[in-house]
Write a protein of this length. Sequence first.
Length: 430
Amino acid sequence: MSTATAAIPAKRWARIIPVALLMYTIAFIDRNNVSFAFSGMEKALGFGATVSGLVGGLFFVGYLFLQIPGGHIAARYSAKKFVFWTLIIWGIVAFCTGFVQNLPELLILRFILGVCEGGVWPATLVLLSKWFPLNERARANSYWMMCIPLASIIMSPLSGWILHVSSWRYLFFIEGAFPWVWAILWWFLMDDEPAKAKWVSDAERNYILSALEKDREAIGSSETNYKAAFSDGRVWILVLYYFLMQIGFYGFSLWLPTLVKSISHSGNVGTGFLSALPWVAALIGLYINSNHSDKTGERKKHVAVVTFLGAITLFISTLFGSHHAVWAMIFVILAEGFMFAYNGVFWAIPPLILPEQTLGGAMGLINGLGNLGGFFGPFIVGFLIQSTGGSMYSGIIFLTIVLFIAGFTILTVKVNQHKGTLATNSNVAK
């Protein structure tokens, strides 16, 4: 590491990433805590596993609506303000879920929660793109995306404990209040870009701005309108891959507590703690894969390989079942570790294809349409569980096939890796 490189301050890593990470940790808790409430809801509101899958997945239908607007607002105006008001509104909706008295009310609130959270993902990706150059992007994305496994690590034992001492309604009351608290901290701690942040040193600000300018010159795209961006075949390959991955990921993760309980025969508290272990593996996989990708500058293979490994380990877990619970859990844990490791690297690909002017909206398109897989995955798995008398086997086989198709899909996208550019100054990040 050169003296000049080592001297560049990196305060942005300690400021921007933790604030964004905790914000979306709360979002993911409020989105997925319904998976722990399924058993209580089914008894109280009178529905089965197929409808539970619909309840889990309907979120992603609403999630579609603010994707492109959210990314556009963040790119052209303010990600900070957009996310702040979203925190307030989704907290209200999440809290009110605890009051539902029937299935229609539950479905409506799940849909509205999806709408409220919809623009936050692309808005945050846009915000990170203004703070971290391309040679740091996979790491920045993945450190932020650690919010998802972190949320599950927190949510699993917390939700299990709340259900143990109270009811599924208080699960929503307690966890639905989190975003209101964080909205205040978000407002005072977050800044849209280096030029607006008083806490950034001149050296760090100049490094970020000059590096981002070099990235724009390296990409050199003239596609400055959404019509050109949305007609780019590479964008639609990314949409297809992400759609398939969300079928696999949410089809697995929303039914993870059910799977763990069927393997371990544990109670609510035990299931909660065991369900957290796969997410620890997800943290590790995300960190290792993104760091290696930034080090080499390679993107596609880093996405495809972990997708294939996730499919393989998920399939192997079915070969053991509850008769060999320890081995089954080991491969469930590995499956989550591999399955989630693609995330930070995948979201470093769109900036290699699209210019800054259309990046926010295009990432919203990819995330919005792709996350419809989050509707189909839980619903199809729920249907297969109910159709086979409560067995998870056919659902896992379905998810395995989908993940294999996803892995082959991402290998077909043509991307300029810019390996030299990405590898430059890689030692700057802390």
